[in-house]
Design a protein around this ligand. Structure first.
Ligand code: PEP
Ligand code: MG
Length: 886
C-alpha cells in the first residue's frame, strides 16, 4: 500500500521525495518537512496526503486505509515530545490544519489545542504551572472544534463570553481569571449539548478523527469554492491535513506568536515585515481580532506606534527569527511568508511558504534578486504572475489632488480605489453587478466575505493588521485595502458608518489610498501609471526571451496609442463595425442597411467612406511601419437598426421614408439566430459594395500615410467567418481589384495582405485549401469556441459557472482556451495551413490572446503572434516569454 501519512520533525526521515512534493503533501506539509530537514525548529507532526482527500471527495471510506499509519505517526509525535495524547498527567495537544497544493489563506479550517478534556486540562494546568492558560486553551478548543467540526454557530460562544465579561465588569479577555474560564467551559459545553442533543466529545482520539475529516471537508466549503473559482484552482486537487504538536504563544509574557515576511509584500522593499502579539495564539493575529504589534523597531518608529516591537520586547527570539529568515530566503530563493510561535522564549517555526505579494512587490523582488545574484533573469521572468501586472497598469491617485482625509489606517494593500460605501459582502456583489463601483467597509473581514471583496474596488476595515485575512486576500487579489483604521464605527442596522468626525451612509463615496492608508471623502482624481523602473526592466528581459510577437485588438487611435505605450507590435484585430456605431455615422449606416437597392446602399456608403478613411488614416499614423489587421464588417446588420419609436422617427426624417416602411424593412432583417446568420463574409458576398467601400477606405488611408510619412503600415485585410475557400477567393478578388484601382488613382502602392479568420470548425478542417487564397490566418477563438462547443457566446453565462464548478470545464472556455477540444482545431488548421503555404502568418485575436494559459498553447503550436486588448498587452508579453522559457 502507498504511504499516505508522512511524519516530520524529531528523528523522522525526510528523504522520500513524495514528502516534499506539494501535490502529495500540500504546500504546508511539504515545507514543514523541508524546514525540519534543514534543521529548523519545527514541532513534530505528520501529514495525511492530498490523495486521501481526493478519495474522500469521491465518497470512499478512507479511515480504514489510514488508521494504522495515523496511529504510528501519532506515536512519533509522542516519542519526540515526550508526552502522551490523552494522558491526564501530562497531555500531548495537537493542531489539525489544512494545507492544499497552493496556499488558500484562511479558506479552509483549523483546530487548535486538540486533546483537551476535563482530565487533561488539569494535567496541562499542572505541567504549565498556569491554570488560567490551561482553561483558556480549553475554552478556545471547545469553541473552535464546535464551530469547525460540529457545526455549532460560533456566535453563541462569543455571546456567552461577552455576557461573562459584562457580568464581571471586564473590558478585555485578558482580565478573565482561571475560574472565569472554567465557568465558561461549563457554559460552552452546555451550549453544545443543547444545540446538538449530545455532549461535547471528550475522547481525544474521537476529537482527532472528527477534526481530520472536518478539515478534509472544508475543501468544499463555500468560501473555498469561491476562492478556487477566482484563482483557477481545480476542484479535484483536495487538501492535505497536518497534525502537529501544539506549541503555545499564550504562555505569558515571554511567549508570542506572529506572522512575518522576509521582504515587504506590498512594496517589495528588502526589510523584514510582520506582526506579532505577546501572549496570544496564531489565530489571534491571522483573524485580525487584536491589532498586532510591529516586528521591527524601525517599522514601529516609522508608524509612530508605542507598543514595543518584537525586536525590543523579545530580542533573543527576534535574533533567532532573523537568522531563520536569511536561511529560508537562501534556501527557497524567494520571499517567504512565515508563521512562528515563541513558547517561553523558544522560537518554533509553524509554516513557511512563498509569500503572496502585490504586482509591484513581485517586480521589485524579482529584479532585486537578480541583482543580488539569488536568481537569474529567466527565473525572474517566470516568477511574476502576468495577470498581476494588470494592477500596475491602472491609474493611481493624483499626488497634486486635494485630499479630504477622514481617517488613516494601515496601508495593507496598495493602489487607489474609489466608490460607494457598502457594509456587507452581498450588497457589494449586488451593487457591483449593476455596474457600480463600491468600497466594502467592514469591522474586520472574514473568509466568508471573499465574494464581496472581489466585487469591490477596495476594502476598508476597522480592525486587523497588515497580515490579517483582509490584507492577505486583498493583496492576492490586487484590491487596494486599508485595514485597522481606528476611528471607524459601523452601524449595520442603520446603514451608517462614522469615519473620524463624519457620519456617512451606505452609498456615500469615499476613496482609499492603499499605499499610505488614507481614507478620503469623495472621489479623488487619479493619474496614469509609471511604466519605467522595475516594470520596464522585467519587460525588457521578457521581450528578449519571447519568440511570439504581441499585437493589440484596437479600433480607435487612442487605444492604439495606449497599446503602443504598452509595447504592442501592431494591430491584430481592428473591428471596423465599432466605427459604424459612432453617433455621427449611425444614421448613414442605417440608411445603408435599409436601402432597397444597391444604388441606395452605395449612396449611403459614399457618406461613410470619408469617415472610415479618416479613422484608418489616424490609426495608420500611430502604427506606421507595423502590421495592422483590419477586419471587414462582421456583425449582422440588424445590430445597427434603430430601437424604439424615437430612433425610427429620426431615421424617417433623415431618409424621407415612412416609419411603417422602415419598421417593415427592419423586421425583414430579423434573424432567429444572428450569431449563425447573415454576418461575416456572408455580408460581403451578398452586399459586396460594403466591403468595397471598406477596402477603398483602407487603401486610400494607407496611400495617404505612405505619402505623408514615407512609412505606411502593412494593412492585412481580414475576411471574417469564412467556411469555404470559394468565399475567400471571391472576396480576395474584390479586395485586390479595389487595391489596384486605388493605387492607380493615387499614384502610389503599398504592400498589403489578404487573409482570413479561422472561426468555424469547417474553416479549420479545410485550412489547407483556404490557405491557397489567404496569406494569413487569425484564429477567432471567440467564435471558434462558440461554434465548436455549440455554446452561444451571449447566453453561456447562465450555465457556464456551474459547468466550471462541477469540473466539466476546468475554466470558462471563453476566457481560457479549451485546449483539449478547440485547441485541436487550432493545431490542425495551423499544420494544414503551413503545409499549403509554409510562410503563412498565424495569429490569434480572440479573447484568449490575452490569457496566459492560452498564450502558452499558442507558443506550443508555433503561432507567430498573439493579439490582446491594450491593457493586456504587457500581460501577453510576459506570458509569451514565460511560454517560451517553459
Ligand atoms: C473571434 O470570434 O474570436 C473574434 C475575435 O471576433 P469577434 O469577437 O469580433 O466575433
Ligand atoms: Mg468572431
Amino acid at each position: 500500500m502507498v504511504q499516505t501519512v508522512y511524519t516530520f520533525g524529531g528523528d523522522a526521515p525526510h528523504d522520500d521525495p513524495r514528502q516534499k512534493d506539494k501535490t502529495v503533501t500540500g504546500g504546508k506539509g511539504a515545507n514543514l518537512a523541508e524546514m525540519a530537514s534543514i534543521g529548523l525548529p519545527v514541532p513534530p507532526g505528520f501529514t495525511i496526503t492530498t490523495e486521501v482527500s481526493v478519495k474522500h471527495l469521491e465518497g470512499i471510506d478512507t479511515r480504514p486505509l489510514i488508521e494504522s499509519q495515523v496511529e504510528e505517526a501519532l506515536t512519533h509525535i509522542e516519542c519526540t515530545v515526550g508526552k502522551k495524547f490523552g494522558d491526564a498527567a501530562d497531555p500531548l495537544l495537537v493542531s489539525v490544519r489544512s494545507g492544499a497544493r497552493v496556499s488558500m489563506p484562511g479558506m479552509m479550517d483549523t483546530v487548535l489545542n486538540l486533546g483537551l478534556n476535563d482530565e487533561t486540562v488539569e494535567g496541562l494546568a499542572r505541567t504549565s504551572g498556569d491554570e488560567r492558560f490551561a482553561w483558556d486553551s480549553y475554552r478556545r478548543f471547545i469553541q473552535m472544534y464546535s464551530d469547525v467540526v460540529l457545526g455549532v454557530d460560533h456566535g453563541l460562544f462569543e455571546e456567552a463570553l461577552e455576557i461573562a465579561k459584562e457580568d464581571n465588569g471586564y473590558y478585555a479577555d485578558t482580565e478573565l481569571s482561571a475560574d472565569d474560564w472554567r465557568a465558561l467551559v461549563a457554559e460552552y459545553k452546555g451550549i453544545v449539548e443543547s444545540e446538538l442533543g449530545k455532549p461535547f466529545p471528550s475522547d481525544p482520539k474521537e476529537q482527532l478523527w472528527g477534526a481530520i475529516y472536518a478539515v478534509f471537508d472544508s475543501w468544499d466549503s463555500e468560501r473555498a469554492k469561491v476562492y478556487r473559482r477566482l484563482n483557477d484552482i481545480p476542484a479535484d486537487w483536495g487538501t492535505a491535513v497536518n497534525v502537529q504538536a501544539m506549541v503555545f504563544g499564550n504562555m505569558g509574557d515571554t511567549s508570542a506568536t506572529g506572522v512575518a515576511f522576509t521582504r515587504d509584500p506590498a512594496t517589495g522593499q528588502r526589510a523584514y515585515y510582520g506582526e506579532y502579539l505577546i501572549n496570544a495564539q496564531g489565530e489571534d493575529v491571522v483573524a485580525g481580532i487584536r491589532t498586532p504589534q510591529y516586528l521591527t523597531k524601525a517599522a514601529r518608529e516609522a508608524a509612530g506606534a508605542k507598543a514595543p516591537s518584537m525586536e525590543e520586547a523579545l530580542p533573543e527570539a527576534y535574533a533567532e527569527l532573523a537568522r531563520v529568515f536569511d536561511l529560508l530566503e537562501r534556501h527557497y530563493k524567494d520571499m517567504q511568508d512565515i508563521e512562528f510561535t515563541v513558547e517561553r522564549g523558544k522560537l518554533w517555526m509553524l509554516q513557511t511558504r512563498s509569500g503572496k505579494r502585490t504586482a509591484k512587490a513581485a517586480l521589485k523582488m524579482a529584479v532585486d534578486m537578480v541583482g543580488e545574484g539569488l536568481i537569474d533573469e529567466k527565473t525572474a521572468i517566470l516568477r511574476v504572475d502576468p495577470m498581476a501586472l494588470d494592477q500596475l497598469l491602472h491609474p493611481t491617485l493624483d499626488p497634486q489632488a486635494e485630499r479630504h482625509v477622514l481617517a488613516t489606517g494601515l496601508p495593507a494593500s496598495p493602489g487607489a480605489a474609489a466608490g460607494k460605501i457598502v457594509l456587507d459582502a452581498d450588497t457589494a456583489e449586488q451593487w457591483a453587478s449593476r455596474g457600480e463601483k463600491v468600497i466594502l467597509v467592514r469591522v474586520e473581514t472574514s473568509p466568508e466575505d471573499i465574494h464581496g471583496m472581489h466585487a469591490a474596488q477596495g476594502i476598508l476595515t476597522a480592525r486587523g493588521g497588515m497580515t490579517s485575512h483582509a490584507a492577505v486576500v486583498a493583496r492576492g487579489m490586487g484590491r487596494p485595502c486599508v485595514s485597522g483604521a481606528t476611528g471607524i464605527s459601523i452601524d449595520r442596522a442603520s446603514g451608517t458608518v462614522r469615519i473620524g468626525s463624519h457620519e456617512l451612509k451606505e452609498g456615500d463615496e469615499i476613496t482609499l489610498d492603499g499605499a499610505n492608508g488614507q481614507v478620503m471623502l469623495g472621489i479623488v482624481p487619479t493619474v496614469e501609471p509609471e511604466l519605467a523602473g522595475d516594470f520596464g526592466t522585467l519587460m525588457e528581459w521578457a521581450d528578449a526571451h519571447r519568440r511570439m510577437r504581441v499585437r493589440t485588438n484596437a479600433e480607435t487611435p487612442e487605444d492604439c496609442r495606449m497599446a503602443r505605450q504598452f509595447g504592442a507590435e501592431g494591430i491584430g484585430l481592428c473591428r471596423t463595425e465599432h466605427m459604424f456605431f459612432d453617433a455621427n455615422r449611425i444614421s448613414a449606416v442605417r440608411q445603408m442597411i435599409l436601402a432597397e437597392s444597391e444604388e441606395g446602399r452605395r449612396k449611403a456608403l459614399d457618406l461613410l467612406l470619408p469617415e472610415q478613411r479618416a479613422d484608418f488614416t489616424e490609426i495608420f499614423e500611430v502604427m506606421t511601419g507595423l502590421p495592422c489587421t483590419i477586419r471587414l464588417l462582421d456583425p449582422p446588420l440588424h445590430e445597427f437598426l434603430p430601437h424604439g419609436d424615437n430612433e425610427f422617427a429620426e431615421l424617417s426624417d433623415a431618409t424621407g421614408l415612412g416609419i411603417d416602411h422602415l419598421k417593415r424593412r427592419a423586421s425583414e432583417l430579423h434573424e432567429f439566430n444572428p450569431m449563425l446568420g447573415h454576418r461575416g463574409c456572408r455580408l460581403g458576398i451578398t452586399f459586396p459594395e460594403i466591403y468595397e467601400m471598406q477596402a477603398r477606405a483602407i487603401f486610400e488611408a494607407a496611400c495617404a500615410v505612405q505619402k505623408s510619412s514615407g512609412e505606411a503600415p502593412l494593412p492585412e485585410i481580414m475576411i471574417p467567418l469564412v467556411a469555404t475557400k470559394r468565399e475567400l477567393e471571391l472576396l480576395r478578388a474584390l479586395v485586390d481589384r479595389v487595391a489596384k484601382e486605388v493605387f492607380e488613382e493615387q499614384g502610389v502602392e503599398v504592400d498589403y495582405l489578404v487573409g482570413t479568420m479561422i472561426e468555424l470548425p469547417r474553416a479549420a478542417l479545410m485550412a489547407g485549401e483556404i490557405a491557397k487564397e489567404g496569406a494569413f490566418f487569425s484564429f477567432g477563438t471567440n467564435d471558434l469556441t462558440q461554434t465548436t462547443l455549440g455554446v452561444s457566446r451571449d447566453d453561456s453565462a447562465k450555465f457556464l459557472a456551474q459547468y466550471v464548478e462541477k469540473g466539466i470545464f476546468p475554466r470558462d472556455p471563453f476566457v481560457s482556451l479549451d485546449i483539449d477540444g478547440v485547441g485541436q482545431l487550432v493545431e490542425l488548421a495551423a499544420e494544414r495551413g503551413r503545409a499549403t503555404r509554409p510562410d503563412i502568418k498565424l495569429g490569434i485575436c480572440g479573447e484568449h490572446g490575452g490569457d496566459p494559459a492560452s498564450i502558452a498553447f499558442c507558443e506550443k503550436v508555433g503561432l507567430d503572434y498573439v493579439s490582446a486588448s491594450p491593457y493586456r498587452v504587457p500581460i501577453a508579453r510576459l506570458a509569451a516569454a514565460q511560454a517560451a522559457l517553459k
